[in-house]
Design a binder for this molecule. Structure first.
Ligand code: ADP
Ligand code: MG
Length: 939
């Protein structure tokens, strides 16, 4: 081993190291060598001068500088009148945000709503009659009778009385007992029958869009109405609002949070129901924190917290020991089977998966698995067949790595168990569609035999509204219903006829590591609490079975309950949106939450917001920050699309922003990674950008749709058309918002005027850079190893950490880059630290759009530096021009933020844009000069 490493090392390096060095000595040799080199270069001459490593030269030809100066001179001739013309509306709103603190804000709205009176005796009378009438009709009677079978309805009187006597109550009940569908109706019908419904308006929050829709639909059915009368829903970009008064609105928690910006005391509602608070989403945690401030100001507002049975005491304590109701559902016993039991039944053979597996991360995983499973196998060896024990040794036997195994289990149930629907829990959309495809287009004889005896339904957040109700209906006779779902069917949606649950034990969760400042969305093991909820889903109509695809040993290692999401998230978006609620001090407010995030995480968020100029140095919101806060995406992506509107390259940049906020349209079937990589590289057309790749892909997809070949196109290129369509929807949403905020002249993201520069690749890079900044990386060296196609990179992010391109990035293993600088959005830590996505940017883009840009002189060489991180050689003349350009750009951005409007084609502002475009376009030609010739002087 030692010998090998030595020889390959010396081959790869220019300066041959003396033979025979071992261990520490090698390090010492290179350290001394590096010191010697520095001495030779004279860097140690003045010990007081900080060590600066100068990068490439960014000096521009003086002819170009002259033209840039001319453009700027033109720009500065803009009449002062125009500068002072500020959007009165925005100005007012912005000043108000800064000058009024939360308490004052709340008092203001209180005054405004002091005489809000909506009592309407006529309406009350009519509604009363209607209700009585409905209960006489056959449908009405039948549906009411069905409702009355739900456990929650048995507590109706007690709930009404408790709400009457308390401001806050907590209802805890096993899932499916009727909380979500019945509690709002109980309260509304009570108000109607008491003749005071006109002052009743109920809002019930839901964690997810589809639960808001399906539940609203179902409740209006129960009330023998169509949607939009007494019941409606409101989710982002889509709503069927009910009538203003005497109504129930199911809305997502995010929508309600947004409404607080204009109506913080929720004057327009009388009852707020916070549902599924046990999930501990960021939104419900924030809302509960806000409620503690709001409630004293709204003594007449009633709040009902609803939770499944998970740590309910925490909520009760948080709300000063509010009364708690427990609703016991009728639950049939459910048999729990674990992987060892499942394998004893189905005898599935994992050989095929093993053959297909890629070897990327195997050894470490295998060791961890071994440490867990071996002691367990010794304990159970007398109770299980040795073939089963052998299979348990394979890491790929647990979870949902082998989708064929799950399909096989579905067939097993079809064959061996009495009728009853099967509910399969998988982590996310990709796995769901894989299983769906296997069941829908079976390749095995067994699969073909069962194909027509099943009605299969995927259930996930990407499903279009309107498709969902079928999941709830009884399947046709002779068919068994199979529902393949994400965590959504765990508590927020109940499907009655489920008897068999297949629990893969996996789910997707965000994670945030403060130390490395890395947030990621990972597939992880669920907690014991999740498994208990999932088990419960099998016992609604009769005794059921829960098949867990993990061993009891695995379950022992699972956490008891999920960590609240706010402790696993980056906080910049949250901090920014709190500013819109006039909550200025994030430290103080977030400290009051049921679980307070680490102050260090808050600090990281605040610092980032300062660097992207959403907050000023004192932490106060800037006009730009206010726009970013209003956009429903990460502030960095928000800045990216705002800039793309000003620089007329909306379509490509909004593609990048959409994919970063959602996900890549490519999927990666096991064992086909290299094929997908090749396709991506082809589509990236050497643009050196995972972000522009997305846009190329969207463009190609549009072409394929035009020629009606999109199915084929997606299939061949491993693309998900569902994802692509969602990306298009998001792009349209962005352009609509930017149009509403007046940054665009059209709400169409393909509009010609908004896309004048969409073909200028250096500009696109720069705008992506402007958005993703300060997430930068510097490629110090890329080495092509003999006989290898791929290059090896030496790269670090601006915090000095070593990184590499993720194998799925189009930049991975490439060589011959025209620039050594990259921006990225996400890093991921597995065996190494990876940039999941990256775009090559030229130094000039960092210099124009970065922060902390300063000129200086070191080693008798003038330079420009970005954030004291990257130093570029740069002559005085260029430095002067660039700094002036930056101060002009800053003014322009401020003006645009205060007075949003597109940049006029022939106006003064366009001159500044032209100056920037001109400087950026230099990069295309300079290319070669930018390659860093730095040596590696450390190991
Ligand atoms: P909880 O909120 O306590 O978990 P729900 O109020 O969501 O319970 O569900 C109560 C009942 O309503 C369930 O038995 C379920 O069958 C029924 N239900 C809810 N939504 C639908 C729907 N869209 N179609 C058919 N039945 C539904
Ligand atoms: Mg519910």
């Amino acid at each position: 081993m030692q010998h090998n490493r030595d020889s390959s090392g010396s081959q790869a390096r220019k300066g041959n190291r003396p033979p025979g060095l071992r261990g520490k000595d090698i390090g010492m040799y290179y350290r001394n060598l590096a010191r010697q080199r520095k001495k030779d270069r004279g860097e140690d001459a003045d010990p007081k001068e900080p060590q600066i490593r100068l990068g490439c030269n960014v000096s521009a030809p003086s002819g170009v500088l002259e033209r840039v100066k001319e453009f700027m001179a033109h720009y500065s001739q803009a009449p002062a009148r125009e500068d002072n013309y500020v959007d009165a509306q925005f100005q007012k709103q912005f000043r108000h945000l800064l000058s009024v603190n939360f308490e004052e804000f709340v008092l203001e709205t209180k005054e405004r709503n002091a005489d809000l009176d909506c009592v309407n005796p006529k309406l009350d009378e009519r509604l009363q009659l209607e209700l009585e009438q409905r209960q006489l009709e056959e449908n009405g009677r039948k549906r009411l009778a069905a409702r009355k079978k739900l456990p929650t309805m048995k507590y109706a009187d007690e709930i009404v009385q408790a709400v009457c006597e308390n401001q806050v109550i907590l209802i805890v009940g096993s899932t499916g007992c009727g909380k979500t569908t019945q509690v709002p109706q109980i309260l509304l019908d009570d108000a109607i029958s008491r003749g005071c419904a006109s002052s009743c308006r109920i809002v019930c929050t839901q964690p997810r869009r589809i639960s808001a829709i399906t539940i609203a639909e179902w409740v209006s059915y129960e009330r023998c109405e169509s949607l939009g009368n007494s019941v409606g829903y409101q989710i982002r970009l889509e709503s069927r609002k009910p009538r203003e008064r005497a109504s129930i609105t199911y809305c997502t928690t995010g929508v309600l949070l947004q409404q607080l910006q204009s109506d913080p005391l929720m004057h327009n509602l009388s009852v707020l129901i916070l549902d599924e608070i046990h999930e501990r989403s960021v939104e419900t945690d924030l809302l509960m924190g806000l409620l503690k401030v709001i409630l004293p100001h709204r003594p007449d507002l009633k709040v009902i917290l609803m939770s499944a049975t998970v740590r309910e005491q925490d909520f009760c304590d948080y709300f000063n020991h509010c009364p708690m109701f427990r609703i016991e559902g009728v639950m049939f016993p459910v048999q729990m089977l674990y992987l060892e039991d499942v394998l004893s039944k189905t005898n599935y053979d994992f050989q095929k998966t093993r053959d297909r597996r890629t070897k990327r991360d195997l050894p470490e995983r295998r060791m961890k698995h071994e440490a867990m499973i071996e002691p367990y196998l010794r304990r159970i060896r007398n109770s299980y067949d040795s073939r089963v024990l052998e299979k348990l040794r394979l890491p790929e036997s647990e979870g949902c790595e082998d989708i064929d195994f799950i399909a096989d289990l579905v067939y097993y149930i079809c064959e061996n168990e009495p009728e009853g629907a099967i509910l399969v829990f998988l982590p996310g959309y990709d796995k769901i569609s894989q299983l769906f495809n296997i069941l829908d287009k079976p390749k095995t004889p067994k699969g073909q035999r069962w194909r027509d005896h099943m009605a299969v339904f995927p259930l996930h957040s990407l499903m279009q509204s309107g498709e969902q109700q079928a999941v709830f209906r009884r399947p046709p006779t002779g068919k068994r219903k199979v529902i393949i779902s994400t965590i959504i069917a765990e508590t927020s949606v109940t499907i009655d006829d489920v008897v068999y649950v297949i629990n893969s034990g996996r789910t997707k969760a965000t994670n945030y590591d403060i130390e490395t400042n890395i947030q990621s969305l990972d597939e992880v093991w669920v907690t014991k609490a999740n498994t208990q909820q999932r088990k419960g889903r099998a016992g609604r109509v009769r005794p059921g079975i829960c098949y867990n695809l993990f061993t009891r040993a695995r379950e022992d290692r699972m956490a008891d309950i999920p960590t609240p999401e706010i402790l696993r998230s980056k906080l910049e978006s949250i901090i920014l949106s709190l500013k819109l609620l006039h909550i200025d001090d994030p430290y103080r407010f977030l400290q009051t939450l049921i679980n307070a995030p680490n102050p260090e995480a808050i600090k990281i968020g605040v610092e980032l917001l300062k660097r992207i100029e959403a907050l000023d140095q004192t932490g106060t919101l800037t006009p730009l920050g206010m726009h970013l806060a209003k956009l429903p995406i990460d502030p960095q992506m928000g800045k990216m699309i705002l800039m793309s509107a000003l620089f007329c390259c909306l379509d490509p940049i909004s593609s990048a922003a959409a994919a970063l906020s959602f996900k890549s349209p490519f999927y990666s079937p096991l064992g086909k990674e290299s094929q997908v990589d090749e396709i991506k590289r082809r589509m990236a057309r050497n643009m050196r950008s995972d972000h522009l790749l997305v846009h190329n892909t969207i463009n190609a997809y549009r072409d394929s749709r035009y020629s009606h070949t999109e199915r084929d196109f997606c299939y061949k290129n491993f693309l998900s058309s569902v994802t692509l369509q969602q990306l298009e929807r998001m792009k349209n949403q962005f352009s609509e918002l930017l149009y509403n905020y007046k940054f665009l002249a059209s709400s169409n993201c393909k509009d010609t005027a908004s896309n004048k520069n969409s073909e200028k690749i250096p500009l696109l890079r720069a705008i992506i850079g402007a958005g993703l900044y300060p997430n930068m990386a510097h490629l110090r060296k890329s080495r092509q190893i003999k006989n290898r196609v791929r290059a090896i990179h030496t790269m670090a992010t601006d915090d000095g950490r070593r990184v590499n391109f993720h194998p799925s990035s189009v930049n991975s293993g490439e060589s011959g880059f025209d620039s050594a600088y990259f921006v990225y959005f996400q890093r991921q830590k597995s065996t190494d630290l990876y940039l999941l996505d990256s775009t090559m940017v030229f130094p000039m883009a960092l210099i124009i759009f970065g922060d902390g840009v300063e000129a200086g002189v070191t080693q008798n060489t003038p330079y420009l530096c970005v954030a004291k991180t990257y130093y570029f050689k740069c002559n005085q003349e260029t430095a002067d021009v660039v700094l002036e350009l930056r101060s002009n750009l800053e003014k322009l951005l401020l003006k645009k933020a205060l007075y949003p409007a597109p940049i006029e084609e022939n106006g003064y502002e366009k001159q500044l844009i032209k100056a920037i475009e001109l400087l950026l376009s230099l990069d295309e030609r300079l290319g070669e000069d930018y390659i860093s010739s730095d040596e590696i002087d450390d190991i």
